[in-house]
Design a protein around this ligand. Sequence first.
Ligand code: PCD
Length: 804
Amino acid sequence: NELAPISREDRVEKLKGLGHSRKRVEDVRFTQGKGNYVDDLKLPSMLYGDFVRSPYAHARVTSIDKSAALALPGVVAVLTAEDLAPLNLHWMPTLAGDKQMVLADGKVLFQGQEVAFVVANDRYVAADAVDLVVVEYEELPVVTDPFKALEPDAPVLREDLAGQTSGAHGERRHHNHIFLWEVGDKQATEEVIASAEVVAEEMVYYHRTHPCPLETCGCVASMDAVNGKLTIHGTFQAPHVVRTVASLLSGIEEHKIRVISPDIGGGFGNKVGVYPGYVCAIVASIVTGKPVKWIEDRMENLTATAFARDYWMKGRIAATKDGRITALSCHVTADHGAFDACADPTKFPAGFFSIVTGSYDIPVAYVGVDGVYTNKAPGGVAYRCSFRVTEAAYLIERMIEVLAIELGMDAAEVRAKNFIRKDQFPYQSALGWEYDSGDYHTAWNKALKAVGYEDLRREQAERVEAFKRGETRKLIGIGLTHFTEIVGAGPVKNCDILGMGMFDSCEIRIHPTGSAIARLGTISQGQGHATTFAQILASEIGLPADSITIEEGDTDTAPYGLGTYGSRSTPVAGAATAMAGRKIRAKAQMIAAYLLEVHDGDLEWDVDRFVVKGAPERFKTMAEIAYASYNQAIPGLEPGLEAVSYYDPPNMTYPFGAYVCVMEIDVDTGVADIRQFYALDDCGTRINPMIIEGQVHGGLTEAFAIAMGQEIAYDEIGNVKNATLMDFFLPTAWETPHYVTDFTETPSPHHPIGAKGVGESPNVGGVPAFSNAVHDAFRVFGLKQAHMPHDHWRIWKIAHDLGL
Ligand code: PCD
């Protein structure tokens, strides 16, 4: 029986390729304490850096006295802007075309801003010395409200920009104004709205929050003066970009810089940008000749590194009386904090916010976004959303609900009536995007059926009657969402970061004994790339996923890539992986033809081998071919079996989903119990269903946090009110609801394996689903719009204000 041929199904199964719920290979080390994070790194004679930070949100720095700190035994240096100025490193460029102070240059603009960098031979000594640096401040008036910041007599925040009437994104019309970004046809939109049968209008605020990864940001910079080589280990979501920027800023040639992102404990967009801590650690290492480590603590992470959202969105939606949407207009007042450090592709100062028409066929639309400076931390990162997609999805999904109220229609029906139909794809949106594929009606009907939508509405209505009769104090809210994402930046022709086109890459080497290593330009922060990218290759080249090592994050070995954020790894690097795999297979076919003494064209691919057409007993397995590529002299072919692909995607991918959240709300306590959460995601071809489910659970939990409690709030004088995990809501298993996941599978027509991204979808769809459920519970009592986060107090306040 040993000689019996293995069945085709067994051979497919053995590969653990596409569609297989392969267990995550990285979890072996994560669950056994063998992960390798930046703070685990200990280099000989390493020094430690720590920041002196501003307690004020707006103040002039009149003097800095470092003498007491320098006198403390163990302190090696105290850097201030004055020390960095001769190197021209006291300011640095931001990803958004602005510049940002590395260390306070004459004034501070937000609480927690970096003022001085203390370097010591011990982490605790560095912290003690921070307290000994004496900084004199002269307080200035603070603005934390973007609308007040635009008033004529508002304090001038960015004195360095005095007289500059234009910035990286065009005209500035006020001293605290950054840009106005406009997309769509304003005039046509206004005309339709002016003559529409029904118009719904609402101001929707998506509050400021923070990605708050479990591991904070940090790095170890190590300058080897003898060899002239700088090595930077860091929590970087885009290691190659960090290398290029470090070279441009420092003047060190790029081949002399090695950037390594080891294991990363969650990114969520927080680790895309460049922070003052990295610059200071590098300078300190060059100056001292020793490795310098800088790791943020939790308070520093929440107050100073990249926030997310803070969008005031004024929406207007027009429709016919029977619920057909005719136009959408949106004006955003975007609070960017003290410096415009948003992480977006260069040409998109509001990211992909113009996906705001969502899943709906809206004939005409307009978007205008005003960026504004305030005395808050800089950032504006894509916290689990592809560059402002979550803000866009939240706005349109709220506007649909408000429109349904205006029309007196069921919100599920309004959606179904306006979905882009399956036969309209590829679909050109009014705001300029070409949606690659979708089948919204199928997903929507599946979702409504799965939750028993009609019965839920009946139960809700009965509950309202019981409430009115005084028999219960609990209301039911049904939160609906149908979202469309845009992920996988992408196309080099219109997407770049600091001038680097947003392609991605994969390089594969097949070893003689039939195993392989593949290196990518992306970097996992917990997503499981080592598991899934091996699966793509297994299906492409016929070697078992278990025999393929995936390596990312070392710029000395990995091909250049733009990194992992915006759910771009699968759409871009995943495509590069498939394409590189196909190059391997093409060469393998020539080798097999030589070995089998047939013409290339007489062979066909079958799971893990090339077979002679019509002669199934004559074949060469991929393992045999791999060996032959190294041990046979094949005429006309180079030895070895390697390939590299740099992939420039022709378009982005447009994943979508239908979510339903059912909540019971206690009007006396404001407590909201999530009774049911159903999430249907369509991310095209699914590589690993189990990983996708994990991604959806994680993203929904972050959505739950954001919608129901998580925020970075400021008081009037710019103090951050939630800078610790006591006050910043991070759900644990205790608060997290139960989720039911489901799927449809509509492949992307342009991606080599049809896959779309999925990592961010649950956050994009989850926030409006939770928030709509809260709103829906109070719809019959006249609630139209209430700002997130919907913590217990705010929910109680809604009920109270409605007189319930
Ligand atoms: N997948 C599959 N299939 C499909 C798709 C996908 O399987 N169709 C899978 C992959 O492979 C991987 C994942 O899943 O593994 C994901 O993916 P994607 O979607 O492509 O994404 P990526 O790029 O990789 O990643 C990114 C994301 C993001 S963006 C975020 S936030 C988050 C997410 O991811 N983060 C994180 N998730 C996660 N997880 C974890 N664990 N951690 C983390 O950190 Mo941003 O922009 O950054 O904000």
